[in-house]
Design a protein around this ligand. Structure first.
Ligand code: CTP
Length: 399
C-alpha cells in the first residue's frame, strides 16, 4: 500500500530517534518516497546525514538553508507535498506544542501546514506517558483528527519497564499500510491483469513468440494493488519478477493456456486488464519431434487463436470493467475505437508504434485512452510506471 506514496517523516528529540533510521529503511523498502524533517534537538540523537542517506533526500531541520544568501525552507510546500505525515518519535514536549499550535521549529510549522493525514508515534518514559497532561493532549490531538500510534510496553531507556517506548518501526509501517488500505479506492475489488507474450510451439524446441517484456502489465498490477485491489497477474513467459507477494501470479505459456486461465479467473473479477501480447496465430500442428532441416523451404500452417478479450467481452456482466490494448500503426483512433466496440470494452489503451520510445522494447510508453463513452485522453511519453498510474486513475474513475 505504501508503494509510490509520499511520506513526510518528522523526527523529534528523544532517544527513540535512533529507530527512525530503521523506519526510513522500511518505508523505502515498501516503495515510499520519503522526506525527513527534524527538530533541532532530534539532530543530537541521530544525524541528518544518516536519514538523508537512507531516505535519498535532503533532511531539513531549520527555517533557512543559507541565512546569508537568504535561502529559506518553505514549510507550506513541505505541508502540501506528502500523502501522509508521520512524526516518529513524538516527544511529550512536541505533543504539547502540537496541541497549543506553537510553531517555534520547522517541524511544528510543517505540522500546522499539513493538509494530509497526520500520524504520531509518541515515545517517552512511562510516568510521562501516563501523566494527565500527556493523556489529555493526546486525546485533544486525536479529536482533531491526528492518528495516534500507541506507545508500546517494554523496557525503557530509563531502565524502567512499562508503556512508553515508541511502537516498533514494523508496527508503525503496518499501521500506515492499514490506513492506506482502508481508504484505497479499489478496496474490495478483484483485479486480473494479463502480461507478457505467449509462445506457440512449433516443435519441442521452437516456438513463435513476440518481444513483449510484460513490464506494462506488471506495472499495472502494482498500481492496482497500491490502490487496494486484490490482484492476480496471468503472465506469459517474462523475466519480470514481482517483489510484492500479495499479488498472485499465474504463469502460462501459450495463448490456449492464457485463454483457460483468463476464463477461469473472469467470473470473479471486477476489473480485467488484458495487456498481454497474445499470439493471433499458432501452428496448426505441433511436431512431436524436432523438425529436421531439409534442402527445400519449410511451410508452417497457422491457425487463429481464440480472441480472449472478445470472449470475455461477450460474457461481461454489468459490474465488470474490461480493459484492452491496441497497438496500431495507421488509422489508430478509428481502429482502437472499433476494437473497443467489437470486444465490448470499457476502456482501450492505444499505443501508436509511430511514436518514438513507445512499444515493447522500451521502458517508456505513449498512450491514448479511449473509454466506453468516447472520451479520449492523450498523454505524453512517460515511464511505464507513470503510464500505469494514468491507466489506473482512469479505471478508478470508470469504477
Ligand atoms: N488479445 C486477446 N486474444 C488474442 C489476441 C489479442 O485477448 N488472441 C487482446 C490483447 O491482449 C489486447 C487486444 O486483444 O488487449 C489487442 O487487440 P487485437 O485486435 O488482437 O489487436 P492486434 O493484435 O493488434 O490485432 P489486429 O491485427 O487486429 O490489429
Amino acid at each position: 500500500m505504501l508503494h509510490g506514496k509520499k511520506i513526510l517523516l518528522g523526527v523529534t528529540g528523544g532517544i527513540a530517534a535512533y529507530k527512525s533510521a530503521f523506519l526510513v529503511r522500511l518505508l523505502k523498502k515498501a516503495g515510499a518516497d520519503v522526506r525527513v524533517v527534524m527538530t533541532p534537538s532530534a539532530t543530537e540523537f541521530i544525524t541528518p546525514l544518516t536519514l538523508a542517506t537512507l531516505s535519498e533526500n535532503a533532511v531539513t531541520s531549520d527555517f533557512t538553508e543559507d541565512k546569508d544568501a537568504g535561502v529559506w525552507n518553505n514549510h507550506v510546500e513541505y505541508g502540501l507535498w506528502p500523502d501522509l505525515m508521520l512524526v516518529a518519535p513524538t516527544t511529550a514536549n512536541s505533543i504539547g506544542h502540537m496541541v497549543s499550535g506553537e510553531s517555534n521549529n520547522f517541524l511544528l510549522t510543517v505540522f500546522l501546514s499539513a493538509r494530509c493525514p497526520v500520524f504520531i508515534a509518541p515515545a517517552m518514559d512511562l510516568d510521562m506517558y501516563l501523566h494527565a497532561a500527556v493523556r489529555s493532549n493526546l486525546e485533544t490531538l486525536s479529536e482533531r483528527g491526528v492518528h495516534i500510534i500507541d506507545a508500546e510496553h517494554g523496557e525503557l531507556a530509563s531502565g524502567l519497564v512499562g508503556q512508553g517506548r515508541m511502537a516498533e518501526p514494523e508496527h508503525i509501517v503496518d499501521a500506515l499500510n492499514a490506513f492506506f488500505l482502508a481508504n484505497a479506492p479499489l478496496r474490495g475489488k478483484k483485479a486480473v491483469v494479463t502480461a507478457g507474450p505467449t509462445y506457440e510451439a512449433i516443435d519441442p524446441v521452437r516456438f513463435i513468440g513476440n518481444h513483449s517484456s510484460g513490464k506494462m502489465g506488471f506495472e499495472l498490477a502494482k498500481k492496482l494493488r497500491a490502490n487496494g485491489a486484490d490482484v492476480t497477474v496471468i503472465a506469459g513467459p517474462s523475466n519480470v519478477s514481482l517483489a510484492d507477494k500479495s499479488i498472485r501470479r499465474i504463469d502460462v505459456v501459450s495463448a490456449e493456456d492464457m485463454l483457460n486461465a483468463c476464463t477461469a479467473a473472469f467470473a470473479d473479477a471486477d476489473i480485467f486488464v488484458m495487456s498481454a501480447a497474445v499470439a493471433d496465430y499458432r501452428p496448426k500442428h505441433i511436431a512431436q519431434k524436432k523438425i529436421k532441416k531439409k534442402d527445400d523451404e519449410l511451410i508452417i500452417e497457422l491457425e487463429r487463436t481464440t480472441d480472449i478479450l472478445k470472449t470475455l467481452g461477450d460474457s461481461k456482466k454489468e459490474h465488470q470493467l474490461l480493459v484492452g490494448f491496441a497497438l496500431e500503426t495507421d488509422n489508430e483512433l478509428d481502429n482502437a475505437k472499433g476494437k473497443l466496440k467489437r470486444k465490448n470494452l470499457d476502456l482501450i489503451v492505444l499505443n501508436s508504434l509511430n511514436n518514438e520510445g513507445a512499444g515493447f522494447a522500451f521502458d517508456t510508453n505513449q498512450v491514448t485512452l479511449i473509454d466506453r463513452n468516447d472520451n479520449i485522453s492523450n498523454f505524453e511519453l512517460k515511464s511505464k510506471t507513470d503510464v500505469a498510474a494514468d491507466v489506473v486513475e482512469k479505471i478508478i474513475a470508470l469504477c
